[in-house]
Ligand binder design. Structure first.
Ligand code: DGY
Length: 318
């Protein structure tokens, strides 16, 4: 008999068809986030689960005495919503979908970079309100990114790809924070071993940190004070790698020029204070949100399931 898979959210058609070929599948047509009670039932009834960032797998869920699930295939690269340590102890394999979403996420980091430095959110809002007074040589000016310093915090796949694009396409000078120099970079970039030094030097800081326990509040209130008043901050990783309240405070007091954020603490609840600021560009967690990329992510999750149930090497096992 085919293994039973429960899918927690709506998924692209192609991914659905592929799943049906290999598994007995239960879908969530309503696309409403499963409650903890439904997740408990899923853990006790399915052989595998396909999930995403909105599904929280706590130790309690992973260690249920009647648990049947043997694999959780996450659609997404970040797995901070799954207690990996507990999964390991309780023999639940966890997989993710790296690589296939890198360029789409870099696109969104690029949008944020240009939006904050050219102030496009505010300018478009002004135009839509009918308040544009006409072309001016000295108004509505942003800054060039060319020649400016981009500081990358988190030189993983996405951090590297954004650094490469910023260097090669936009002519930015790249700095990155790391414990040691990253080998074989195909573009010019300088390492900073001291995070404060990178924060002090950069004109734009871009966060690409994974949200494991060690990275929570990595950009803390005191660290944020190192950022120049003229600099911008971009975050396409996870909301909790930065002290969000402290960031709002800096933005309100104009102690930082602006921020471009695609991720937040406690999504989808974005604080009113942040939504009311004019020096921010805010996106609803759309880093990987293209039809093509979401299909690739879903198909990769299915590949992982197929490999697991056929006792082959699971490509993206964490
Ligand atoms: C990712 O892949 O981590 C995206 O943020 C969605 O979870």
């Amino acid at each position: 008999m085919k293994p039973k898979i429960i899918v927690t959210r709506d998924i692209p058609d192609e991914v659905e068809s592929k799943l049906k070929e290999y598994f007995q599948v239960s879908f969530n047509r309503e696309d409403k986030v499963f409650s903890n009670d439904i997740l408990i039932k899923a853990m006790e009834n399915a052989d595998g689960i396909v999930c995403t960032v909105t599904d929280i797998f706590t130790d309690k869920l992973l260690s249920l005495p009647k648990k049947k699930v043997k694999i959780i295939a996450n659609i997404g690269v970040g797995v901070d919503h799954i207690d990996l340590q507990s999964a390991k102890i309780n023999n639940v394999i966890v997989t993710n979908t790296p690589d296939v979403l890198t360029e789409a996420t870099v696109d969104v980091a690029t949008l944020l970079l240009l939006s904050v430095t050219r102030n496009t959110f505010l300018l478009e809002k002004m135009l839509r309100r009918g308040e544009w007074k006409g072309f001016s040589l000295t108004e509505n000016l942003g800054i060039d990114v060319r020649g400016k310093i981009l500081g990358i915090v988190g030189m993983g796949r996405i951090g590297k790809a954004f650094a490469k694009r910023a260097s090669e396409v936009f002519g930015m000078k790249v700095l990155y924070y790391n414990r040691s120099p990253v080998k074989d970079l195909k573009f010019e970039a300088s390492v900073r071993f001291d995070l404060d030094a990178l924060l002090e030097e950069s004109d734009v800081i871009s966060l690409h940190l994974s949200s494991d326990a060690g990275n929570k509040n990595f950009i803390s209130k005191s660290r944020m004070k190192k950022i120049k008043h003229s600099s911008f901050l971009i975050n396409t990783s996870r909301g909790d790698v930065i002290d969000q309240m402290a960031l709002i405070d800096l933005l309100e007091k104009k102690k930082i020029a602006g921020a471009g954020l695609d991720v937040f603490l406690n999504e989808p609840n974005v604080p009113l204070k942040l939504r009311q600021l004019s020096n921010v560009t805010l996106y609803p967690h759309i880093g990987s949100a293209t039809r093509e990329t979401r299909t690739k992510m879903g198909l990769l999750a299915v590949e992982n399931l197929i490999a697991f149930f056929n006792e082959k090497n699971v490509i993206n096992q964490l």
